[in-house]
Design a protein around this ligand. Sequence first.
Ligand SMILES: Cc1ncc(C[n+]2csc(CCOP(=O)(O)OP(=O)(O)O)c2C)c(N)n1
Ligand SMILES: [Mg+2]
Length: 273
Amino acid sequence: MAEVRILKRRANAIRKDIIKMISEAGSGHPAGALGMADIFAVLYFSVLNHKPKRPDWLDRDRLVLSNGHICAVRYAAMAHRGYFPVKELKTFRKLGSRLQGHPSYLDMPSLESSSGSLGHGLSIAVGMALAAKLDNKNYKVYCVVSDGELNEGSSWEAVNAANKWALDNLIVIVDRNYIQISGRTEHVWPLDPLDKKFESYDWNVLEVDGHDIHKLLSVFERANKVKGKPVVIIANTVPGKGVPFMENDYEWHGKPPSKQEAEFALLELEKNG
Ligand SMILES: Cc1ncc(C[n+]2csc(CCOP(=O)(O)OP(=O)(O)O)c2C)c(N)n1
Ligand SMILES: [Mg+2]
């Protein structure tokens, strides 16, 4: 399918930019960002109903990034999609830049919310989805959260609230990469069985390989058809995906590659086009 091929290429271009941005800044979070590149390519280039040149369009779908530390992937996807010039990615994490290391909504309203302090995004998304219902609006609210972030009890209050209001316009994507800042999730603070936990709050639970573009396209299609319940897509991802020496290693949660490591990473990504 041509669309799948194009989206794969876009995800790889996003990954290259993530490496360049974080290495040039000398700080940042490569593992989660690389792991979510396929999903952000699919969201920005296929799923979202939005107008990059009119980010304040009232009927746009909202995308809340709750685990703000992986924002390099969002900035790269947005730049490629036309929200701002790709060359602005060079300013990532620099003083005065709109592209802060943790997203600042005040600097760039199209981010929908500021984030970085974990555990808030899901509540914000629930509020947006409820507002859409009250206003009789048809837009969807997508919310990306991470697995380590679900340690925050506030996330589960939001999950419960979404059930109360039967927010079927809310689609949550969990970056299930099994790592967090200080180790493997199941070692630091076990989460499994995550599907059963969401099911116990009467959510519609879908699970997907977060790197299979074809399956991602169909899981979003299914999620959009669910009526009467909020939806969670548990996306199984490989942290550091595409850069073999970073894959599945929690040490790369928040460490920039050296210049030499970045060159090596870019060579690896080059193999994928
Ligand atoms: C409220 C809050 N507590 C602690 C932190 C510090 N922190 C930043 S990232 C992180 C790990 C979160 O796990 P996850 O998002 O799954 O990490 P990743 O998969 O991206 O490596 C922590 C504890 C924070 N940003 N906010
Ligand atoms: Mg994680």
